[in-house]
Design a protein around this ligand. Structure first.
Ligand code: ATP
Ligand code: MG
Length: 158
């Protein structure tokens, strides 16, 4: 870990409400996000209660590694407090949205409606699936919602 936090970083890390971070390359966005997770852990949230979603697998791996590094730093200073958090870190869900949905579908096949042998569709299979299912979904929408959408973009919006 390098240096202390700037005021805006500190506020983003500890804010009890949602925050959106927009900052330049290499300015500490990932650090703030990882510290925000560690701050939650510090407050008693358990690793299994946290889900972090990233756009790419690489970003998920980076975030997971950062969180582990920052927790390790705290465990060095205060082992009794952080040892159990550290051992439970693998329970934290840090993944892409596909990873998160895959886990929900695998662990809750009935409740999620995914069934026992669900599969993730590739791009062309997904387009085919959408073609088949879009019309019935449109048919279920209240007509007052539908007429608000210009026909040209209706499919994209939905
Ligand atoms: N306030 C700070 N003082 C000193 N160093 C900092 C501070 N904030 C972040 N850093 C360090 O700056 C480096 C870049 O941080 P980080 O990777 O979090 O940036 P980023 O905005 O996510 O970068 P990228 O745009 O590449 O994703 C890291 O080594 C991090 O520890
Ligand atoms: Mg980053």
């Amino acid at each position: 870990m390098t240096g202390s936090f700037t005021g805006p970083q500190q506020r983003a890390i500890t804010a009890p409400h949602s925050v959106a971070i927009s900052a330049g390359a290499g300015s500490g966005k990932t650090r703030v996000l990882a510290e925000r997770v560690v701050h939650l852990l510090e407050g008693g949230v358990t690793p299994g209660q946290i889900a972090a979603v990233t756009f790419t697998e690489a970003a998920a791996a980076e975030l997971r590694e950062r969180i582990a590094t920052y927790v390790e730093a705290r465990a060095q200073v205060d082992p009794p407090r952080w040892a159990s958090v550290q051992s439970r870190l693998p329970l934290m869900q840090v993944s892409t949205i596909h990873g998160l949905c895959g886990r929900v579908a695998r662990e809750h096949p009935v409740e999620s409606g995914a069934g026992l042998n669900f599969a993730v569709l590739d791009e062309s299979e997904a387009a085919e699936w959408l073609e088949e299912h879009l019309a019935p979904v449109l048919a279920e929408l209240p007509v007052e919602v539908l007429i608000e959408l210009p026909g040209r973009i209706r499919a994209d919006v939905i």
